[in-house]
Each structure stands twice: as structure tokens, then as C-alpha cells.
Design a protein around this ligand. Structure first.
Ligand SMILES: [Zn+2]
Ligand SMILES: [Zn+2]
Length: 115
């Protein structure tokens, strides 16, 4: 697949063909239809948030699930999804009223190992 790759802060990204591994236990592989670069990504580009490189930015995207790791139970191949770093439960009063950013139990979908 093609991706914009950042090799060093403050350097232009390059469009490259990259390979992606199969998803590990708690990972999801998404065929990305669209992705944006947000202000968080700009911090990586400018070097104010140090990150290992090379890296493909654009954590806010939309696409279709292609494969899931063995511990993923809430998604399946073919599901249409959006991605975001914010965590939310999806069933508290705030989530159900569209206020995911103030979810009462954002860790509820995580295994105990990631808390
Ligand atoms: Zn973001
Ligand atoms: Zn919630």
C-alpha cells in the first residue's frame, strides 16, 4: 500500500509503498478510505513530540476492517469504522448523547492488561 512516511522531524514526508504485518492479538487492520492529519500529527512533524521514525501519521481515519487479532471481539472484517485515539465505552449516558470525550468509563473495553 502507499503511505506518506515521516523519516525525520521537519523533513518533507515521502510517498512510499509499505508493507503491513498481520494484526497482532489486540490489533485491527483497516483498509483506509480517508485519513487526516490533525494538530497532534503536526507535533510529530515539527518534532515537539518525539517519536520513533519512520512513521505513518494520520490516526484519525475511516475505512473497512480487513482483519482482526485473536483477542478482538467487538469488530469483524467488513465493519465500517472510524479511528481515533480517544477512548469511550459507547454505552454510558455521555456516549449515547454524542459526548464521547467525557465518557464515564473509557477503559471498559480494554483488557485488564492495558490498564
Ligand atoms: Zn488527532
Ligand atoms: Zn461512555
Amino acid at each position: 500500500m502507499k503511505a506518506a512516511v515521516l523519516h525525520a522531524p521537519r523533513e518533507p514526508m515521502t510517498i512510499e509503498n509499505i508493507a503491513i504485518d498481520k494484526p497482532k492479538r489486540r490489533e485491527v487492520l483497516i483498509r483506509t478510505a480517508a485519513a487526516g492529519l490533525c494538530h497532534s500529527d503536526l507535533h510529530f512533524i515539527e518534532g515537539s513530540y518525539p517519536t520513533p521514525v519512520p512513521i505513518v501519521l494520520g490516526h484519525e481515519s475511516a475505512g473497512i476492517v480487513e482483519a482482526v487479532g485473536e483477542d478482538v471481539t467487538y469488530l469483524k472484517p467488513g465493519d465500517h469504522v472510524i479511528s481515533c485515539l480517544s477512548m469511550f465505552c459507547g454505552h454510558c449516558e455521555f456516549c449515547l448523547s454524542g459526548h464521547l470525550s467525557i465518557c464515564q468509563d473509557p477503559w471498559s473495553r480494554c483488557a485488564k492488561t492495558c490498564r
